[in-house]
Design a protein around this ligand. Sequence first.
Ligand SMILES: C[S@@+](CC[C@H](N)C(=O)[O-])C[C@H]1O[C@@H](n2cnc3c(N)ncnc32)[C@H](O)[C@@H]1O
Length: 453
Amino acid sequence: MHSNTRDLKLNGSAQRTKRFSKPLATSGITVDIPECWSQLRAVPRAMHEEAFIKILEKYHLPIDSPVPLVSRYSKSRRWSAEELGACLRAHDRGISVALMSAALNRNPQDIIFRLLDERHGEPGGFREVGLKNAKKWTGEMLAAGRELFEAGLTAWRIGALFGIDFEGVEKLLYQGREGYGHAKKNPFAICTDHKQIVNRAIIRRRKLIQNALEAFAGEGRFARIISEAFPSANLLCIEQDASTFDRGVSAHQWAPTVQWKKGDNLPILQDLVRNGAKFDLVDLDPFVSCREQIDFAWKLLADNAALFITFGGEYRRSFIGTNRKAIQRRYGWLNESLSNSDYLEIIPSYFFGWVAHEAAANGFILKLDYCVRYPNNCRYWTTASAAQPEACKEWYLENVIESESGYQWKNLIIPRFREVRNRVSELETGVPFSPSPKKQVVKKVNKQLEFPL
Ligand SMILES: C[S@@+](CC[C@H](N)C(=O)[O-])C[C@H]1O[C@@H](n2cnc3c(N)ncnc32)[C@H](O)[C@@H]1O
């Protein structure tokens, strides 16, 4: 687990600063961590999200998990002094963090940080113990694990469900990912399939595309969707990674109107602007950030063009202190007091508010056709119409509120992918997203989980 490494290395030195300074309150609830996995009790079925149950049923696997099967970013709950005490006793008995995590329904990373704080500088220090008698993956478990992960269940919950150490789970799931990681094994490749489902549906809404620009073309998966929907469209694909470029070019029998360029898109975009090129579709779909490319996009958009933007890897870790500052430098907004989960929840509205601010300043009004929150990025599908400065200003003031040096798109409803994956026909026909009643039930379940001990 990447973020632990720093602390683990520092464990032996005298320099470690404590991560947590406030003493924990007692809850009055006794907490015990059992000696072995078989002593863990399964939580009631009603605590699991239906989507995960369905996946387990599909593979005929038992639904007896010691932790609730709920998606990423579920609300965190406060630590109690009793829980920390139980972890310390378990650590000293040589019990694995994986077992502690399953017993307490807590992210193992949080447990490791707490143990590092408490045991640093003591004889023996913190020792990460592997899970004894860990179960072996079966074919069904692996297939189900991959689907559960894609559907938003974290690796540590999958580990707890199957009785497997979370680090092993992460490795297996990431390595097993199709197309995972160009040369760098980049985990941001995660939701490509999910993105294409919405891409395809949104493209079906458009009557005609004549000139399209795919500035971060990757292996050309979206380019192929565009070119199949509009075979005579001129399509310019730019990709800077040499091996990805090669895979993209050879992945398909591209029509003669599709052109691939290898290289950094920035100078290419600059040239296009200089030459007065206009596109009726501009897609900016980076792994990490397209902050600089957005500046060029306005000059390349035809009236009523499709403008698709991904708020990439910079979203995924935006809540971390130093990254909050980087987000401020790029998009204006800074808030250092929000909890991590609240920050992550709200940042997509500040990102899109900033995009709207730039659009208005460059003579465009954006219609937000759809947006989706994936575990690693957010994507916005818009239509950009050219407008006079007064109309742009009016639209901007109606939709954006300026606060904490940033620009917040008012009332942004950005569903998670699992909420839209079964709504492809709505997506294709342009029905706006509205939360289904099922979602309310999921929320109630999550609330009950705040004090599951
Ligand atoms: C998320 S992938 C694109 C996926 C693609 N849009 C699709 O839907 O099939 C992002 C790609 O952008 C490429 N890339 C990153 N920075 C770039 C730059 N400055 N110029 C061109 N390509 C870039 C990466 O190598 C990566 O392949």
